[in-house]
Structures are given as C-alpha cells and as structure tokens.
Design a protein around this ligand. Structure first.
Ligand code: FAD
Length: 488
C-alpha cells in the first residue's frame, strides 16, 4: 500500500481524460507523480470512460495531419476521404466555438486550445491511441473517432501512466487543499478507505470535473428544474474540487449557469455506472425529424445546424418543456437515420393518430402540428450529411434544414428527457494553466484542466471539443506543474 501521508512533486486530482493527460505529461517531464481518484478501480475513468471518443482538432493536410492518426485504412477509403473531407483549419475551429458560444469564449484560452489541438492529438498518437475515419457527416467537422472510444482512451491512459511510474491511488477523495505559509498550495486533504490523510506535493493539478452530478449545486447554479434531470456520466463529479478551490480564494469563472445537456432516452438510468454503454441512451436523431412536447407542440428549430453544433443545448430545451420530456417523430423516409435507436423507448404506428395514442399524447393537437409542418415544407433535396437548406416557411418555429414531410407510414415516435453531460463554469485559469485567485493573481502551486476550468464553453458547444480541451490543457498543466516542482 502507498505511504498514507506521502510526498510527491506533482499531485493530480481526478483520473479522467484531463487528469490522465496531466499525470502522464508530468511524469514524462521527470516528476514524481500521484494521481488521486475518487472512484474504485472498477469504476474508474470518469465521464471520459463513457465518451464516444470524438476529438475535434484543427488541421490542414489530410496526409500529414489526419492519416497518421488512423490505424489502418484502405486506399479506397483514403480516396473517399479526399473526395468528402475538406481541411478543418484552426481558424474554422476557433470560429465554430466563438459562433456557438455567442462570442463569450475566452479568446486567449480558445486560441491556445485551437493551436495546441493538433500537437496534442499527435502526442496522444505517440502514447498509443489510434483513430478510425468518421466523416459520414462532413458538415460536423469531426473526421476521426478513437478506436475503442472513451473506454480505450481511459484504459490505455491508465496503463501508460502506471508504466511511467505514476502512483495511482483509487478511493482517494480530495476534500480540501493544503496551504503553505506563503499562500501557496502544497497538497490536499484526502479521504481514503483508511480515513483522512494529508498528501503533500510541490504542485497540485485539479482535474476532477464539474458539478453535474451534484443536484444541489445544479439547482443553485443552473437553476430551477436541473435537480430533476438525468446525468449522462458518472455520479462522482460533484464539484468537490471547485468548492475546495473556491474555499481558498480561487476565482469562479465562465458560464456558471450553463451546461452541456442532450436528449436522452426517457427511461435512461439516473447516472452511467458501467451499466452498459452510455451512448446507447443518446437520442440525437432529432435533426431528421421533429420534436413535440406532451401538448403535441414543437418547441425548437430541430434543423438549425448540424447535430454537433446543437445537441449540447437541446437537452435544456427539453428540460424546459412540461414534465421535462419530449417525443421525437420520424416517418419511414427518415427513421433509419438516427443512430443507436434500436433499444429506444417509443412506438411505431401506421397512422399519426395511432402513434399519438401509443405515446400517450392527445391525438388532435399532435396531428395538427404534423400536418401544419408538412404543409410548410419547401421543395429541395434532402441531404442528411450536410446543411441542405431544405426548410419550412410560415410556422411560428420553422425548421431550417432537413425538413421532410412526415407522411409515409410507418411512423416512429421516441420519448426523450434531458441528460446533463457536464457543467461549463468553473475555475479561472491563465494560458499557463495556473488557477487565478479572486485578487487576480496566480495561486502558487495550483493548476487546473478539463471540465473544472471555465471560460471555454458558454450556452452551447461543438461536439468533440471537451476531450480536446481536457487532453490539451491536461498535457500543458502536467508540464507546467512538473516544471514548477522541479524548480522548487
Ligand atoms: C456519455 C458521454 C459522451 C461524451 N462524448 C464525448 C465525445 O465523444 N467527445 C468529447 O469531446 N467529449 C465527450 N463527452 C464530454 C467528455 O466526457 C468530457 O469533456 C471529458 O471527459 C471531461 O474530462 P475530465 O477529465 O475533465 O472529467 P472526467 O472524465 O469526468 O474526470 C473527472 C474525474 O475526477 C474524479 N473526481 C471527482 N471528484 C473527485 C475528488 N473529490 N477527488 C478525487 N477525484 C475526484 C471523478 O471520479 C472522475 O474520474 C462526453 C460525455 C459523456 C458523459
């Protein structure tokens, strides 16, 4: 067993994507590192474990930047990629995040994320991670997905960290940060299976996620209704690191009242705890159909943009509906497009009236909504892979893309609720990954990365950016913490 009151050079708190990147980078820099994780070994991996492994990064050359990431690929597939995919430059990446966050994203942090994204994904490749091409929706700008998804990202990360000599301590729950006489941070107060202990280090990296699994904090910061939502990730991200840091004067920063939340199966469990692949609960097919609430009314433009740019705000739109639920409706022409719906909670019927009854909706208003929608659909060519401009006109809420009349049986309806993924607000960091205090100065010895750091995402999000933020800032924080520790 590890020495309970141990001393390290770098202490990393939280073993998700960001924490693993930080621990590995610090160990690579020659530091003696401990990685503290709240969960048991069986339940390790944080939200990272449940991700699909999509990573968004800026690139300009398919040959130099993208193909080297891919494990094996046929000549035919390379040809197809050349035809379908256009470079996703750093400028586009930056613009996309600024656009979806309505200009709120911190420009300096965002620029660093964007320019470090390619070096970071190459670094992950050097650690042994491999990707496969996933460009079936080129308009979404994510062109590769990790082999084995988040589970592999996590498991391989733990293997690499262990091989590099990182001391990984499970069931180590950080409750407070330790301060030295000069106002710096020199360790953490930790609840272990043997009781409370102090673990000292020259530098501490906070990587223990947001507060999405804490119903009281959700209600306090996100507002009314967020106590009742489901959590797409683990039950462990309860804002412990945030509160510990705020207690010693760290600055709160970013979109504290905002979060990433998506449509989920109406019957999904409250959390994801290795009860099966969490992704099977996601219900992200709404761009190709319509969504109605329990009164049979539409409430969003389901086709305002590619799914990757709307799904993270659509959970909130559902949460705000009566009873916090909605129904996604497709007909025979589009029912094959939503991915992962084979076990979805819902119904099929040959008439709209029958579908409404099976879903427990009042038929008349539901049928009127669909018939009004059908009449408003404009001519055009439906193309599910990119913004097709096929829209409706004249409705109170129009659909901007992928508007196709729902007129061909069988009709399909799926019940959905809101699942929170992670919270957007957190600690303020600078481009050296140091945590800033309420008096605007870096707190000596304290670094942060991953979802605990605020300032990147506001109101909305672009798919594949969370893992990239965690890996990029984890790698930087690990290096910076090791540098400080070595200099001390
Ligand atoms: C179902 C799902 C799918 C997703 N898919 C994608 C995707 O494809 N692409 C993408 O970019 N993003 C995706 N995301 C978002 C992604 O999960 C996050 O951006 C990323 O994993 C966050 O990494 P992190 O290291 O900050 O947090 P986490 O991975 O959640 O790690 C935080 C860790 O801190 C630990 N911890 C918490 N409190 C303490 C404490 N007091 N002491 C010690 N340890 C503590 C937790 O147990 C946890 O292991 C998805 C999220 C979910 C839930």
């Amino acid at each position: 067993m590890s020495d309970p009151e141990a001393r390290y050079e770098v202490l990393v708190i939280g073993a998700g994507n960001a924490g693993l990147a930080a621990a590995i980078a610090a160990a690579e820099s020659g530091a003696k590192v401990a990685l503290l994780e709240k969960a048991t070994k069986d339940l390790r991996g944080g939200n990272t474990y449940f991700t699909g492994g999509d990573l968004r990064f800026g690139w300009s050359s398919l040959d130099d930047d993208v193909l080297p990431l891919i494990g094996s690929i046929s000549e035919n597939e390379i040809k197809q990629m050349r035809e379908m995919v256009t470079p996703y430059t750093q400028e586009k990446f930056y613009e996309d995040i600024m656009r979806v966050t309505e200009g709120y994203s911190n420009p300096e942090l965002l620029q660093q994320l964007v320019s470090e994204s390619l070096p970071t994904i190459k670094w992950l490749r050097s650690l042994g991670h491999v990707w496969y091409p996933s460009y079936d929706e080129p308009g979404a700008s994510v062109v590769v997905t990790m082999n084995g998804g988040g589970a592999r990202l996590s498991d391989l990360g733990f293997d690499v960290a262990a091989k590099m000599g990182v001391d990984i301590r499970y069931q180590n729950i950080v409750t407070e940060l330790l301060k030295d006489k000069r106002g710096g941070i020199n360790g953490a107060y930790v609840l272990t299976p043997e009781g409370y202990t102090k673990i000292y280090a020259k530098a501490v990296v906070l990587a223990c996620g947001g507060f999405e699994a804490n119903a009281a904090m959700r209600t306090a910061y996100l507002g009314e209704g967020w106590d009742r939502v489901k959590v797409r990730g683990v039950p462990f991200n309860t804002g412990d690191g945030l509160r510990a840091a705020w207690d010693i004067g760290a600055q709160s920063y970013g979109n504290l009242s905002g979060c990433h939340a998506t449509p989920q199966d109406i019957d999904r469990p409250a959390f994801s705890v290795r009860i099966g692949p969490a992704l099977e609960y996601r219900r992200h097919g709404y761009p190709w159909g319509v969504m109605v609430n329990v009164n049979g009314q539409r409430f969003v433009d389901e086709g305002s943009d590619m799914r990757a740019y709307t799904y993270a705000k659509t959970g909130k739109a559902i949460m705000l509906q009566p009873q916090g639920v909605a129904y996604q409706i497709f007909d025979k022409k589009t029912a094959h497009l939503p991915k992962g719906y084979s076990n979805a909670t819902g119904a099929q019927a040959n008439t709209l009236q029958e579908l409404a009854a099976k879903l427990g909706l009042e038929p008349a208003p539901f049928v009127k909504t669909i018939e009004d929608f059908n009449r408003a659909v404009q001519p055009g060519t439906f193309d599910h892979r990119d913004r097709d401009g096929k829209c409706t006109r004249g409705l109170a809420i129009n659909k901007s893309n992928w508007a196709s009349p729902i007129d061909t049986p069988p009709y399909h309806g799926y019940g959905v609720c809101c699942g929170i993924t992670f919270t957007f607000g957190g600690l303020r960091i600078n481009t050296s990954t140091q945590v800033l205090s309420n008096w605007e100065a870096p707190i000596p010895g304290l670094f942060a990365c991953g979802e605990i750091a605020g300032g990147f995402f506001y109101m909305n999000y672009a798919g594949g950016s969370g893992l990239m933020q965690g890996a990029t800032y984890g790698r930087l924080a690990g290096r910076n913490a090791a540098k400080l520790a070595k200099a001390a």
